[in-house]
Design a protein around this ligand. Structure first.
Ligand SMILES: [Zn+2]
Length: 63
């Protein structure tokens, strides 16, 4: 029997946050590969544009 350790992984969490991007035009959030963002392979679901900025960690939901 294996018990999953209830441990926090700050690095993994930071990595998760780094994969979340915010559309610069409509503010939609989406999770994607940073490499894909850089190569502009990711399109915003709402406004179909390809400019994103990484979501800041600890940012409060003040959209
Ligand atoms: Zn958008």
């Amino acid at each position: 029997m294996v018990i999953m350790p209830r441990q926090k992984f700050p690095e993994a969490e930071a990595r998760l946050f780094r994969r979340v991007f915010v559309c610069m035009h409509c503010g939609a959030k989406l999770r994607a590969d940073p490499a894909k963002i850089r190569l502009k392979k990711v399109k915003c679901r709402k406004c179909k544009r390809r400019e994103f900025r990484p979501m800041k960690r600890g940012q409060k939901s003040g959209a």
